[in-house]
Design a protein around this ligand. Structure first.
Ligand SMILES: Nc1nc2c(c(=O)[nH]1)N[C@H]1C(S)=C(S)[C@@H](COP(=O)(O)OP(=O)(O)OC[C@H]3O[C@@H](n4cnc5c(=O)[nH]c(N)nc54)[C@H](O)[C@@H]3O)O[C@H]1N2
Ligand SMILES: Nc1nc2c(c(=O)[nH]1)N[C@H]1C(S)=C(S)[C@@H](COP(=O)(O)OP(=O)(O)OC[C@H]3O[C@@H](n4cnc5c(=O)[nH]c(N)nc54)[C@H](O)[C@@H]3O)O[C@H]1N2
Ligand code: SF4
Ligand SMILES: [Mo]
Length: 865
């Protein structure tokens, strides 16, 4: 039987239809009836079926790393939190949560912390993600309200993407925008220091200087004013602060952006002369020491031009995590209460406390993520519960954060698998994963969708909210935490939102309090007596005392860390197409590691030449905080003086690739959001004595200076490098593979000083290692596929003559390789992405690789000219 549910990855919130196969797996398809995706899925969503296995799961509670009974674990957690509370007060306990928790989980955690433990020290990874948008929205609108809906992207004539790599991070929205552009000629502007895959549909790319967005949007505000594009009527009726914001904008210097005058002018002209404009913004804006101001600089332009809350118009913050929006609604952040009520507003506080009949409520905001881990390090927080997030990897200054967690008196982590963070915990609690748990999430356009279980609960795993409620019961609050199902939790939350609605807040879903939870279709809030769904603010009605929006004067500020002789490069960080954050789930899908299988740093060709960095060698990056070793990707997609590295690798997958070890814990003064996109680093070549590539049917824990491992269809693959070559390669390889007895076939090439070793059990190849003094060149996917074969043909490193090597996989959905595509372009004379699709099917799945296909075509045409 098929079950309708929602994708657990990005904030697009695509509907998924899962059909269990009865053996623990499921067939996954896009839900044609879900308004977010209408049947589409991206490569990550489509590969969800490959992530359902149980072999990597934690399926019993662990105390001190040893399996334990639930009762023992829960008693211990309750006792330690109670003791810490009694001895050191509510400031000494803390929760660190996640925008990936379901709304019901979030509601219960928040009720326990704020209402019963009486601590406001409950913050979430949304602090690293959406906090600047939340703060910007609240300053401008009075509440954290996203005015628009997804349809606006299709109804706009101009879409400006600022600090958003939509093609890779919100692929289904990217597809919707691409289709609209093809159909009606929507203009697209991409504002990003880097030429990303998203630029493939850009009519204009503005590679502005890192962190200079506020100067750009100030220039836009001035242009709107000087060219008659201000909506005087809207401003007069619904906006306050126009003159002050404009005066401050006039004082700032557009030259800060470093953009060519002609390109800047084109942007200003397009924006001023187009009524239907949507400005999409994401982490290039939020993750900045001036993120809140940047958000307001964008909102200012939409408020001044009155282009907000009408079809095809508005500022549009796209959320990252599947329930980033739900977490904001339910009050996950240290300064919020549920339903967009404010912790520091006495009337709001009293309303929530009354509704919960709670014994204790904090009077002031708690510690925000970066401050929270500082307090952990300083021993001010002595009991910490981390749920559904991996801060030892994803927090800035991650080395210090890991040390703080390790040093804390008592740490509980709820997760589904072992991570860099669980390994530091006293107690690990096994949670139900996607497909097993049930609840609701809210996507970027305020649509609430159900996640539904379609698999049985494995082992002893339990739903996150039930674990929290069990601890609350053990602390003596059973009556307030006595729900029997997530439907009951949701109903309580919906009822509370009715009170918020009465208090004049935007978030009211009281209309869903009695709804049929099981059958709940995707529903956009609000759903209350005052209003239903739709857009906000087209006719004003802001949630400020005078119902007017506020324009905020913004003085642009550069990133806090300045580059200089010691750290000459600006390090930008972010995401890749086929991996999700710390890879605990996407890393299980072999199909998703075929696109990019190891951590890398993108560097401009001239910088690479000056540093003596050849493509595919390794570079050592050093910041004031730490060090990393990354594969060198030479590309002019980044500007000179700037480098880009992804955030996904961990101690588990590539210990020297943990990028947040380099990022300083510098934050925005208003939102507390860290500046994850503007670290400073020095770069030097690493000079390994050898490079290696290994495949094995079993996981490898190499003893090498550099390694990065990933799953393959047949087992594992691993990139390696070392500063000193072992004396005996065969012995070293045996230790690496744990194969002391296997038969070894080895080939030494004395001229190239390279080694190839295969290990067999008499019949099948179990493992192979390739070593060379320079980066090993071979057909990696081919070698990985041949593992397990009954001959050692894989030692050739590439397919036999006459059998073409598909090369690195470009289209993850249909597994089509680079070589196959370039060959077909050349031999079949293909000239369009559609023609490639017709010939090879590449790009016809999720479409996320279409920008790459277009780039291959462009390169081919260039070469032909
Ligand atoms: N494949 C994939 N998709 C994801 C995720 C994932 O892990 N993998 N994670 C999800 C989550 S939680 C989030 S928050 C979103 C993030 O989605 P995005 O924000 O789109 O992704 P990022 O790669 O973090 O950063 C976006 C861009 O900001 C640019 N940038 C850096 N500095 C500046 C600047 O000063 N100004 C401007 N204008 N741009 C700048 C970077 O070059 C980068 O291309 O993605 C979501 N979707
Ligand atoms: N340098 C740099 N750092 C960044 C960013 C950046 O752009 N650059 N981006 C930041 C942003 S926007 C974000 S959102 C964060 C993301 O960073 P994290 O939240 O730390 O990353 P995830 O890998 O998504 O962690 C989710 C964890 O939840 C676990 N999990 C999965 N399902 C369940 C479940 O049902 N229950 C429980 N209890 N656990 C579960 C997973 O195994 C995993 O360990 O990273 C931030 N860090
Ligand atoms: S775009 Fe991809 S990752 Fe995001 S919700 Fe849809 S299928 Fe999931
Ligand atoms: Mo995020």
């Amino acid at each position: 039987m098929s079950i309708r549910t929602t994708c657990p990855y990005c904030g697009v919130g695509c509907g998924v239809i899962a059909t269990p196969d009865g053996a623990g797996g499921a067939r996954i398809a896009g839900d044609p009836d879900h308004p977010a995706n209408r049947g589409r899925l991206c490569s990550k969503g489509a590969a969800l079926g490959q992530t359902l296995g149980l072999d990597a799961r934690v399926l019993t509670p662990l105390i001190g790393g040893q399996p334990a009974e639930w009762d023992a674990a829960l008693d211990l957690v309750a006792a330690r939190f109670a003791a810490t509370l009694a001895e050191h007060g509510p400031e000494a306990v803390a929760f660190y949560l996640s925008g990936q928790m379901l709304t019901e989980d979030y509601y219960v955690a928040n009720k326990l912390a704020k209402g019963f433990l009486g601590t406001a020290n409950i913050d979430t990874n949304s602090r690293l993600c959406m906090a600047s948008t939340v703060a910007g929205h609240r300053r401008a609108f009075g509440t954290d309200t996203v005015p628009g809906i997804y349809d606006d992207l299709e109804e706009a004539d101009l879409v400006v993407l600022v600090g958003s790599n939509l093609a890779w991070c919100h692929p289904v929205l990217f597809q919707r925008l691409s289709a609209a552009r093809a159909a009606r000629g929507t203009r697209v502007v991409v504002i990003d220091p880097r030429r990303t895959a998203t630029c493939e549909i850009a009519d204009l790319h503005l590679p502005l200087a890192p962190g200079s967005d506020a100067a750009l949007f100030n220039a836009l505000l001035v242009a709107l004013a000087d060219r008659g594009a201000v909506d005087r009527g809207y401003v007069a009726a619904h906006v306050a602060g126009f003159e002050a914001a404009l005066a401050e904008a006039r004082a700032s210097d557009p030259a800060m952006t470093g953009l060519p005058a002609g390109d800047l002018e084109t942007f200003l002209d397009w924006f001023c002369t187009t009524e239907r404009v949507v400005t999409v913004f994401s982490q290039g804006i939020n993750q900045s020491s001036s993120g809140t101001d940047k958000v307001n600089a964008i909102l200012n332009c939409h408020l001044a031009s009155g282009r907000i809350g009408r079809p095809g118009m508005g500022p549009f913050s796209v959320t990252g995590q599947p329930n980033a929006m739900g977490g904001r609604e339910v009050g996950g952040l240290a300064n919020m209460l549920a339903c967009h009520l404010e912790l520091e507003n006495p009337a709001h506080r009293a309303a929530v406390q009354g509704f919960w009949a709670s014994p204790a409520m904090p009077q002031a905001s708690g510690l925000k993520a970066v401050e929270m881990f500082r307090a952990v390090a300083e021993g001010r927080i002595r009991a910490l519960w981390i749920i559904h997030t991996n801060p030892a990897v994803s927090m800035p200054d991650a080395g210090a954060v890991a040390a703080a967690i390790r040093g804390c008196d008592f740490v509980v982590v709820s997760d589904i698998t072992q991570t860099d963070t669980t390994r530091l915990a006293h107690v690990v609690l096994p949670a139900l994963a996607w497909g097993e748990k049930s609840g609701t999430v809210t996507n970027s356009d305020r649509t609430i969708s159900r996640q539904r279980a379609f698999l049985p609960a494995p082992g002893q795993a339990r739903a996150d909210w039930r674990i929290l409620a069990e601890v609350a019961r053990r602390m003596g609050w059973g009556a307030a935490f006595g729900w029997q199902s997530e439907a009951e939790v949701f109903a309580e939350y919906a009822a509370l939102s009715g009170i918020a609605g009465q208090l004049g807040r935007d978030f009211d879903i009281s209309g869903l309090a009695g709804a049929d939870y099981d059958a709940l279709p995707p529903t956009r809030w609000p759903v209350g007596p005052r209003r239903q769904g739709g857009r906000f603010f087209g006719a004003g009605g802001f949630f400020t005392p005078d119902a007017r929006a506020r324009m905020i004067p913004v003085a642009p500020r550069p990133p806090v860390a300045a580059t200089g002789p010691r750290y000459p490069f600006r390090l930008n960080t972010g995401r890749i197409r086929d991996q999700w954050h710390t890879m605990t789930r996407t890393g299980l899908a072999p199909r998703l590691t075929q696109h990019i299988a190891e951590p890398f740093v993108e560097i401009h060709p001239e910088d690479a030449a000056a540093l003596g960095l050849a493509p595919a060698t390794l570079a050592c990056l050093t910041s004031p905080e730490g060090e990393a070793i990354l594969r060198v990707a030479v590309t002019d997609r980044v500007a000179r003086g700037q480098v880009f590295a992804p955030m996904h690798w961990t101690a588990d997958t590539a210990p020297t690739g943990r990028i947040d070890r380099l990022v300083a814990a510098v934050t925005d003064p208003v939102s507390g959001q860290p500046e994850s996109k503007a670290a400073v680093v020095a770069i030097a070549p690493l000079a390994p004595a050898w490079y290696g590539f290994a495949v094995s049917t079993a996981p490898m824990q190499p003893d090498a200076t550099y390694w990065a491992r990933a799953r393959s269809e047949t087992g594992w693959r691993c990139e390696l490098a070392g500063l000193e070559a072992p004396a005996d390669w065969e012995a070293w390889a045996r230790a690496l593979f744990g194969l002391p007895e296997a038969i070894c076939l080895s080939v030494e090439d004395r001229i190239r000083r390279s080694w190839r070793l295969a290990f067999m059990d008499g019949r099948r190849v179990l493992a192979a290692l390739f070593v060379a003094p320079e980066p090993v060149e071979l057909a990696r996917n081919h070698v990985a596929e041949r593992l397990g074969a009954e001959d050692a043909g894989l030692l050739a490193g590439r397919p036999a003559q006459g059998v073409p090597d598909p090369g690195p996989i470009v289209c993850a959905c249909l597994t089509v390789g680079l070589n196959t595509i370039t060959r077909a372009i050349a031999t079949q004379g293909l000239t369009s992405v559609e023609a490639i699709g017709a010939a090879l099917q590449a790009g016809t799945g999720c479409g996320a690789c279409r920008p790459e296909l277009a780039a291959l075509l462009a390169r081919r045409l260039e070469a032909a000219e």
